[in-house]
Design a protein around this ligand. Structure first.
Ligand code: SF4
Length: 600
């Protein structure tokens, strides 16, 4: 028995309609920890040289050794696949209740392989694995499907679904769970769509073996005592991430009208106070979470319920599309969730289309036009008319219609919610993130404000530190917000890891494992994407060529020289060569000799 682990990986062959399990070995767990580590390693080994939207791609669902234990916020599930949006390494994670249930069913990871002939519902009930006929759910909304499956199977099942966007292979289709928790990024919903998997449902009744339960209880009590006293706890419970809207606008970081500027004149119309007053009905928590940052809302104007809107959605579908009414943003959020498309990418793509319309390249409406936005979202999810091109992402749309100078993406992934011309560490975080322009690996904007927007020294080091710490949580299966917002010491998580697994690892050992995964995903890009290198890490042209025209970050731009200086620092500190390729020595230091053999 492997302490801390459910101990098995479930493989489901959708083509053959069969399944089997394999053991999680001591050696595998000891090197890759769990969650993001398991998913990245399986992807690296098994998905090589294939088209993302082909039968040979795989979807790996993985969680870590703390998920579903007493550890607070131990709720994270990672989905991995070769990304149809970027063509490179893809993962995305979600909170909710899926990860604990998957472990109670006896699995640390589930690998979906091949392709079903017709839409299927994957039902996992402890050891029983079934592919049920899913044709009746074809074309139905992601949340509608979850509700219907709960009725069919019972409330104890935890369910992940895709919407029409996934079925129609929108390259930024997401995966929904718990009525609006989304694994949003990298288009893994489209890979499920290609595989004709409409939903994965899981229920489990097993225990998770814990090496030292009394110690775990003691550590959790201490941790909760600390968290309970933190002054920010109440604000997080009341407002969740929406409270960042006014701050971000104040910092000049709130993406506004396709990242043209970073201070939004209507920020106070879409902020946390408006949300709470106008639409929020319930606070919603993931498994074992005292912060309950999720907000469940109802729009009287549109007569819809929706989880959210959280910061990224308010930023990308709100200020970035020029909306100034919370109900409008909430309805756009609802449409994206039900249609099964990522609110961040969808907001980026629609904002680009509005700017392209202003410039005469398209004719789809303009900033602030809520009806035009709703129309575009529906067309994208159903691949109708112009939506068929927009469904491939902003890089592809600009390739077809022109407008690449204002296409805001890195590696093909639309940038998430921080305008970063006045925040070089944040910009570097986006440039080097291993799935594309995503914030969750390194949220460094505060560092820019603390140390100075003009300062480049030390920024690369800071970003690298965050890129090891934050993904460590995705390896453990735990939400990082307790550490980020309630200052829960990282040592707690190392202590909990030791108590769960009995493995005498220090925090540094965990961070080293995280660095190993970071380098592995980098090798994946080099192996899978011809010509991959420094140019792929470059930011959108707007970030280097246009000064911010207004607001608190007015006048800021990051010149190509600055950008290259940041990359030189970053590559040097990581032990990568000047093209951004991990050197042989670096790979050997991290125990990645097999990846060195692929690259050299
Ligand atoms: Fe879920 Fe929010 Fe709690 Fe994190 S802080 S576990 S995202 S409810």
């Amino acid at each position: 028995m492997l302490e801390g682990y459910a101990g098995r990986i479930l493989r489901i062959d959708l083509t053959a309609g069969s399944s089997g399990t394999e053991a999680v070995t001591e050696e595998f767990a000891g090197k890759w920890v769990g969650g993001r580590g398991f998913g990245a390693k399986i992807l690296y080994d098994e998905v090589r040289g294939v088209e993302p939207l082909s039968d040979a791609n795989k979807v790996i669902i993985a969680t870590g050794p703390l998920a579903g234990t007493l550890c607070p916020q131990s709720a994270k599930t990672s989905f991995h696949a070769k990304s149809p949006l970027t063509g490179g390494y893809g993962d995305s994670n979600m909170g909710g209740l899926f990860a604990p249930e998957m472990r109670y069913a006896g699995y640390d990871a589930i690998v979906l392989e091949g392709r079903a002939d017709e839409p299927v519902i994957v039902v996992i009930d402890d050891d029983r694995v079934e592919l049920r006929d899913g044709r009746a759910y074809r074309g139905r909304g992601a949340i509608e499907t979850e509700l219907a499956l709960k009725k069919e199977l019972g409330d104890e099942f935890q369910i992940a679904t895709i919407g029409p966007g996934g079925e129609n292979l929108v390259r930024y289709a997401c995966i929904n769970h718990d009525y609006g928790r989304e694994a949003g990024r990298a288009g893994i919903g489209a890979v499920l769509g290609h595989k004709r998997v409409k939903a994965v449902c899981v229920r489990g009744t097993r225990d998770i073996p814990i090496a030292d339960l009394p110690s775990m209880e003691r550590i959790v009590r201490e941790l909760l005592e600390h968290a309970g006293k933190h002054p920010a706890l109440k604000e997080w419970q009341d407002y969740g991430t929406s409270q960042v809207i006014p701050l971000s606008s104040e910092w000049g970081s709130l993406p506004t009208r396709n990242f043209q500027t970073g201070t939004y004149e209507h920020a106070d119309s879409i902020d946390h106070l408006h949300m709470r007053e106008r639409v929020v009905k319930l606070d919603k928590a993931c498994f074992a979470c005292p912060m309950a940052c999720g907000k469940y809302s109802y729009s009287e104007k549109y007569k819809v319920y929706c989880e959210g809107a959280e910061y990224e959605t308010l930023a990308l579908l709100g200020s970035n599309c020029g909306l100034s009414d919370v109900d409008d943003v909430l309805y756009a959020n609802y449409l994206c969730d039900e249609l099964g498309i990522d609110t961040i990418s969808a907001g980026g793509v629609c904002a680009w289309a509005f700017e392209a319309s202003e410039k005469g390249l398209l004719d789809v409406g303009g900033f602030g036009d809520a009806e035009a936005l709703f129309d575009l979202l529906r067309k994208i999810a159903n691949r109708e008319g112009v939506g068929d091109v927009l469904a491939d992402g902003v890089r592809a749309a600009a390739g077809k219609f022109g407008g690449s100078e204002f296409a805001i993406h890195i590696k093909g992934m639309e940038q998430s919610g921080y305008e970063s011309r006045g925040a070089p560490a944040m910009l570097l975080s986006y440039m080097t993130c291993d799935v594309g322009a995503h914030h969750n690996r390194s949220w460094a904007v505060m560092r820019d404000l603390e140390k100075g927007r003009d300062v480049l020294d030390g920024k690369a080091e800071w970003v690298i530190g965050l890129q090891h710490k934050r993904p460590m949580f995705d390896m453990l299966g735990v939400c990082r917000l307790g550490w980020v917002e309630l200052a829960i010491d990282l040592e707690y998580y190392a202590r909990l890891f030791r108590a769960a697994t009995g493995r005498e690892w220090s925090l540094d050992d965990l961070l080293l494992a995280s660095e190993r995964v970071w380098n592995l995903t980098r090798c994946y890009w080099f192996r899978e994407v011809p010509g991959f290198g420094r140019r792929w890490d470059m930011p959108p042209r707007r970030a280097m060529e246009e000064k911010i025209p207004s607001g608190t970050a007015k006048g800021y731009v990051q010149s190509e020289e600055n950008v290259n200086r940041l990359l030189d620092d970053y590559y040097g500190l990581r032990g990568w060569d000047e093209s951004g390729r991990p050197t042989k020595e670096t790979l050997e230091r991290l125990g990645l000799d097999f990846a060195a053999a692929d690259l050299y």
